[in-house]
Design a protein around this ligand. Structure first.
Ligand SMILES: [Zn+2]
Length: 726
């Protein structure tokens, strides 16, 4: 069972300066970008694969060019390890309001080849909804001259259909669209809609629109989308059979209830697909997902038994821990979700220990764009003092001392500035036309540049940088303009004491302890009142009393402590998302362990064909006992690694003992248990020791039916329940 995460540029600055909230380099391209697989190591990375949607790849033309020219494994930015399998699909959510997916089958096959992904998915179209819907699609570009707006459409028409979907249509539609809606092909320049076109009774309006290249009407659009997804699957199957593609195909199925999904599964199994993907369930309730996976799973299991084959199945956009058991028992092989990652910054309860224990990270806010300079400085100072206090609290240090030390560095940063500027402002190091380069020069040269931005706001440093850029050899910026900026800082800072310093000092003196909740809490109360977050105080109290980051052994919490529990900017929030993903993965691995079932290959494995054919012909008893096992991955081992059941056979095979134990130990890093068929011999001690050194338990079996039973026992699933609809 594999957990995939959708790729959505989820990276952080590996060398971020948390104390001053500064990136390692101002130029994005110069930063060392860390993805989740960079932060965790091979064994602990809390994902088993990456889902890359075309819609996301096309987010910018630079990204599209980069990924299609390098491929996902050679791309310098992603720098994806070879062990991370990749699924690529169209990203049906992105074009849900278009009458057709904007991609053609051949085009998608080329795209998957260019991306060099492990698995490519057929083109589906979300059915959207649970009943049969009449939908009218209109090209948004025909509303562009504003003489007629969407809101001007007569209600007699909009009431007559279930949905009106207005979206910008692509310049050109893929070729298959011709078979369904030939009028769309003729669209060149888009003529604006006239109000008259929509007048009259709905029936005659829809009739008028029938041949219109700017409109598509369908009385049963859900059925249409369902059939279209199946038609695309059939067309892509033909192309796959004719061509030679390096990725494994997956067929995406759609539906609106158990039965429609089950029928779709039946159809695509007949087409010969061995990896199904259940689409359109993202956002559905746990019960709905359970019912659909059970229905599809039962269909697959009958097929597996009837044909003595194996079929994998993926659930798109699924992350309900309560449905793990059903997902496992239904024979699902993989699923994906970004919800625990995104939950880190999209609302409350954003720091997860598990699916029930969730906390609110403490929001320490940056000044807003519309704040005047003095307000921005005050907000920056308030944020910094709280951040320093939180770190002292986490380290059991004196909060009062931390505040005093910070106040001193802030003072130095502003006090040393006039002297520095008088001496350096005309320096040639600031002779750049781009602000970012001037800022980089200032950051590198002025000792307190980071503290200046942290404590006196990005706004103050930014204004200063603009003045420095204006300087040239003749000294064109009057000194008074600098003084104006400096005096704004002095008006806020001079005579200012860190908030509640004396209260904190008194509490420290009274208790004799340092960095306690009681010493920190008044400052948190005062800060939340200042930024208007008082409603979050009860949640913050839970967070600071429980200190959940101390309970987490992930690379992020261990390294950064309380920073992960602070809601502030991409570098904290996305790292918290990685942490949430890690906690989710632990729950997943406890319920649905990573299991590998293998048999040793022999020279016959190098004959052309698939590993499945090899197993059917050369290892019939093993295959018969394992081909329908749930949750586990099934394959053949050689010195080259594990050859999964669905793969093409390798052209050469080796069984050199040293290489065999080396590569198997590598492969087992991410498995909890490996079940080895040793019916033709036994596993040597050294190999067992190598694997077990990777925290993976080795089970060996001379009789395959015992192996089968052991897998069910390990999962806690009763063997006979497989097909009985548990
Ligand atoms: Zn953690």
């Amino acid at each position: 069972m594999r957990f995939y995460v959708p790729e959505w540029d989820d990276h952080v600055d590996a060398d971020y300066d948390f104390v001053h909230d500064e990136h390692s380099a101002l130029e994005k391209s110069e930063r060392n970008m860390a993805y989740i697989w960079d932060i965790f190591d091979h064994e602990t990375t809390p994902i088993d694969g990456l889902l890359i949607s075309r819609e996301q790849v096309e987010d910018t033309s630079t990204k599209f060019d980069r990924l299609t020219s390098h491929g996902v494994y050679e791309d310098p930015l992603l720098d994806l390890p070879e062990w991370v399998p990749t699924i690529s699909d169209c990203g049906a959510w992105g074009y849900k309001s278009l009458p057709f997916p904007p991609y053609g089958n051949e085009d998608m096959l080329d795209f998957y080849e260019d991306l060099d992904v492990s698995i490519g998915v057929t083109i589906d179209h979300l059915v959207l909804g649970s009943g049969h819907s009449a939908r009218l699609y209109l090209d948004e570009r025909a509303f562009s001259d504003a003489s007629l707006e969407e809101s001007d459409l007569p209600s007699t028409l909009t009431d007559a259909v279930d949905d009106v979907m207005v979206d910008e249509w692509p310049e050109a539609w893929p070729p298959y669209v011709d078979d369904y809606e030939p009028s769309l092909r003729s669209s060149g320049d888009v003529e604006p809609f006239s109000a008259e076109l929509f007048q009259g009774d709905p029936e005659s309006v829809l009739q008028r629109l029938a041949e219109d290249p700017r409109a598509v009407y369908r009385p049963d659009d859900m059925q249409f989308r369902y059939d279209l997804s199946l038609d695309n699957a059939a067309e892509m199957r033909d192309l796959l059979d004719e061509g030679d593609y390096s990725f494994r195909p997956m067929v995406a199925i759609q539906g609106w209830d158990e039965d429609s999904y089950r029928k779709a599964a039946e159809r695509v199994l007949e087409m010969g697909y061995q990896y199904l993907g259940i689409g359109g369930v993202a956002g559905s309730s746990e019960e709905v997902v359970k019912d659909i996976t059970e229905a599809v799973g039962n269909e697959i299991q009958s097929f597996e038994i009837e044909h003595e084959t194996r079929v994998d199945c993926h659930v798109f956009g699924f992350a309900k821990t309560g449905a793990f058991e059903t997902i496992g028992r239904s024979g699902m092989s993989s699923f994906d979700s970004a919800s625990m990652l995104r939950a880190a910054w999209t609302g409350g309860e954003n720091y997860h220990l598990d699916s029930d224990t969730r906390y609110d990270a403490l929001r320490v806010r940056y000044p807003g764009f519309s704040d005047d300079l003095e307000t921005a400085i005050e907000k920056a100072l308030r944020a910094q003092e709280l951040l320093h206090a939180l770190r002292a609290f986490d380290n059991n240090r004196s909060i009062a001392t931390a505040l005093r030390e910070w106040n001193e560095s802030a003072k130095e940063a502003i006090d040393a500035l006039p002297g520095y500027l008088e001496k350096e402002r005309e320096s040639s190091r600031f002779d750049h036309s781009r602000l970012r380069e001037v800022e980089a020069a200032f950051r590198a040269d002025y000792d307190h540049a980071r503290e200046l931005k942290a404590s006196f706001s990005d706004s103050l440093r930014g204004k200063l940088i603009k003045l420095l850029r204006e300087e040239d050899a003749d000294g064109t910026v009057p000194w008074g303009e600098y003084l104006e900026l400096l005096s704004a800082a002095h008006r806020v800072f001079d005579g200012r004491e860190p908030t509640l310093l004396s209260t904190i000092e008194e509490r420290e003196a009274e208790s004799g302890a340092q960095g306690t909740f009681d010493q920190l809490w008044p400052l948190v109360e005062s800060y939340t009142a200042y930024v208007g977050d008082e409603d979050l105080l009860p949640a913050y109290e839970d967070l600071l009393l429980d200190e959940p980051w101390r309970e987490c052994d992930c690379a992020i919490c261990s390294d950064l402590g309380i920073e992960v529990a602070i809601f502030r900017g991409n570098n904290r929030n996305r790292r918290r998302g990685f942490h949430n993903t890690h906690r989710f993965y632990q729950e997943f691995a406890a319920d649905l362990p990573r299991l590998l079932v293998i048999t040793k290959g022999d020279a016959q494995l190098s004959r052309p064909g698939t590993v499945e054919t090899y197993l059917q012909e050369q290892r019939p008893e093993f295959w018969s006992a394992t081909h329908d096992l749930p949750v586990a991955e099934v394959g053949v081992m050689t010195a080259n690694g594990i050859h999964e059941w669905w793969a093409e056979t390798p052209s050469t095979v080796s069984f050199a003992p040293d290489e065999l134990s080396e590569s198997l130990a590598q492969e087992c890093i991410r498995y909890q248990d490996v079940f080895v068929d040793v019916s033709d011999g036994k596993i040597d001690h050294e190999l067992r020791d190598r694997i077990e050194a990777q925290n993976c338990t080795v089970h060996t079996f001379k009789r395959q039916h015992e192996l089968r039973k052991a897998v069910f026992d390990r999962l806690g699933f009763p063997m006979q329940s497989l097909l009985s609809g548990f």
